[in-house]
Design a protein around this ligand. Structure first.
Ligand code: SAM
Length: 285
């Protein structure tokens, strides 16, 4: 059943998380525009950016700046209004809280017992997944990788064994270095660079990480970018002989349970199956 208030009634008090376009104003949903018009306050990352959006929505709602690094006192002032007013939170573009401010406010609003509503809409990460042509059944959103080379390559190594597509935000000047770090840490996976999504110069360039790293080593593209990297290739299932050999080696120094965990991880096999085989082989065989 819909919990949406009819447009001629005041919005019930609470916090409204409102997604906004990532480039094309036509993507502002009617419900998002209506919420911005009927809220009593709009919390904005950058009031100059949001002023244009409010004008487009025909809203004259007052604005107040809000960031996650806003002071406790600022947050308390917002919380004090949530019991009696409808307050909308927007970011400069896309869905608030996704590599953008908001989670501390949502947490505080919930803790104080206020209603929290979401008005879903554009998000660059999800839009890029729809363009890339890479598996979408499992994906891991990494936001922006660290800017420093060592921290960046450590962050890549940390996710190298994750069996999911990876989604990252990046800027033009850092794209080449980031793609090179991904190629070095993940190997030759399929990937896509989605740029200026929903804008005039939208493009999505696909290829292996190596080919993309080479392309963007010498080109610094303009605009906003999302990188999508496909999951690691499926390892060929280990044979029974391979499993027995690995287990015998592990059982010479480990308990069946530890040996099973170790071998299951290494051969990417279900732990139950490996443990059953480890028990059958027994220790020191
Ligand atoms: N909250 C936003 C969202 O829902 O997508 C993301 C905010 S984050 C601070 C900004 C980053 O999102 C950009 O640096 C870029 O990586 C990505 N981005 C935003 N708009 C984009 C667009 N139109 N095309 C490609 N990437 C975009």
């Amino acid at each position: 059943m819909s919990r949406v208030t009819p447009m001629d009634q005041p919005l019930p008090p609470g916090l409204y998380i409102v997604a906004t376009p990532i480039g094309n104003l036509g993507d502002l949903s009617p419900r998002a525009a209506d919420t911005l018009r009927r809220a009593t306050l709009v919390l904005a990352e950058d009031k100059r950016v949001t002023a244009k959006l409010l004008a487009h929505a025909g809203a004259s709602t007052p604005m107040r700046a809000y960031h996650d690094h806003s002071s406790e006192a600022d947050r308390d002032a917002v919380l004090a209004r949530l019991g009696s007013e409808a307050v909308a939170l927007v970011s400069d573009a896309g869905t608030p809280l996704i590599s953008d401010p908001g989670y501390k406010l949502v947490r505080a609003a919930r803790a104080a017992g206020h209603a929290v509503h979401t008005v879903p809409g554009p998000c660059a990460a999800v839009a890029a997944l729809t363009l890339a042509g890479l598996p979408t059944d499992r994906f891991l959103f990494l936001g922006f990788l660290p800017a420093k080379a060592k921290a960046r390559s450590d962050a890549v190594v940390e996710v190298a064994s994750v069996r999911a597509s990876l989604v990252l935000y990046e800027s033009g000047p850092r794209l080449g270095d980031t793609l090179a770090a991904l190629r070095d840490g993940l190997g030759e996976r399929d990937a896509a660079v989605a740029r200026e999504i929903s804008k005039l110069h939208e493009e999505c360039v696909t290829g292996t990480l190596g080919a993309l790293a080479e392309r963007y080593a010498s080109i610094t593209p303009k605009g906003e970018i999302v990188i999508v990297v496909g999951p690691p290739a499926e390892r060929e299932a280990a044979s029974d002989d391979e499993l027995d050999e690995a287990l015998k080696a592990a059982l010479s120094s480990m308990t069946p349970s530890r040996a099973a965990a170790h071998v299951a991880e290494r051969l990417q096999l279900p732990r139950k199956r490996v443990y059953a085989r480890a028990l059958a082989l027994g220790p020191d065989r």
